[in-house]
Write a protein that binds this ligand. Structure first.
Ligand SMILES: Cc1cc2nc3c(=O)[nH]c(=O)nc-3n(C[C@H](O)[C@H](O)[C@H](O)COP(=O)(O)OP(=O)(O)OC[C@H]3O[C@@H](n4cnc5c(N)ncnc54)[C@H](O)[C@@H]3O)c2cc1C
Length: 247
């Protein structure tokens, strides 16, 4: 059973109307980049807890979560209303297998996220391991409108640090936006446009794909990958696809 740690909000960053990141100070929590943690608030005298991926690296002192508010959701609007100095409860344990140590040795790592599903990939990309292990890392990050491309400058900085090894491909589906592809990631995979941007093939021989975000994106991309003979990765049966479904 997890023990609950008392946390304090250090920063609440609002990216746009419904998109937020919280930095939280707690006692140290051990985790692997890509994992999620449960956070909770007392609401009407009941503890309400939900899982959120960690955006910070294990070495960084503050925990960080990135989330959107769900209309009529129980916890997320209350998290969005938290201010510096407010209290929050954080489980002392993390979980999840969307981590690079679970990925078999392949040359190309594809990280595909919708919306707040980007969080665990930022944590992973801020650690040394992926840069030491993979020849090429491709990040596809899909949102509806450009202001929802949270952490964009962090990924652009990584692109500058690793110009040949990293390929950052932002997708904005509901508007035209400079420097982004304006179709769905699935459409871009099907048409070959995404691979053209990446400069490498998305194939079972060379690639491992990590998917994070909403169920529709995950299921649609999985169907496309399965048509390329890629299958779910299991420890006992190595494959090519790892997923973290938020809802
Ligand atoms: C392993 C795991 C990790 C997660 N990590 C994150 C994360 O890093 N960031 C994040 O924003 N969410 C994340 N979630 C979703 C999060 O735990 C909550 O479900 C979400 O914040 C809604 O909580 P709520 O109490 O406000 O809504 P509830 O009152 O629990 O309402 C649930 C309803 O909201 C829908 N819903 C859940 N999440 C979303 C969403 N993001 N957008 C739109 N509708 C949604 C559900 O389908 C359901 O209909 C994660 C979920 C899982 C299972």
């Amino acid at each position: 059973m997890a023990t609950w740690l008392q946390g304090t909000i250090i920063e609440n960053r609002q990216w746009c109307d419904d998109l937020f990141s919280l930095k939280i100070k707690t006692d140290p929590v051990d985790f692997t980049a890509g994992q999620f943690i449960r956070v909770a608030l007392d609401i009407d005298n009941e503890q309400v807890a939900r899982p959120y991926s960690l955006v910070n690296t294990p070495q960084e002192p503050l925990l960080e979560i990135h989330f959107n508010t769900v209309e009529n959701g129980i916890l997320s609007p209350r998290l969005a209303a938290l201010k510096e100095g407010d209290s929050i409860q954080v489980a002392d344990r993390t979980a999840g297998f969307l981590t690079v140590n679970e990925v078999p040795d392949v040359p190309h790592l594809w990280l595909l996220a919708t919306g707040t599903g980007i969080g665990p990939f930022l944590s992973i990309l801020k650690t040394a391991e992926p840069w030491e292990r993979f020849k090429k890392i491709i990040l596809g990050y899909s949102v509806k409108t450009p202001e929802k491309l949270a952490y964009r400058t962090d990924f652009e900085a990584l692109q500058q640090q690793h110009p040949d090894q990293f390929c950052f491909v932002p997708f904005v589906t509901r508007e035209k936006a400079t420097g982004t592809i304006n179709t769905r990631m699935t459409t871009s995979i099907e048409s070959g446009e995404f691979e053209q941007h990446a400069g490498v093939e998305l194939s079972a021989d060379t690639s491992h794909v990590m998917l994070c975000g909403n169920a529709d994106m995950i299921s649609n991309v999985k169907t496309l990958l399965e048509a390329r003979s890629m299958r779910r990765h299991l420890r006992r049966e190595p494959g090519h696809i790892a997923t973290e479904k938020y809802y």
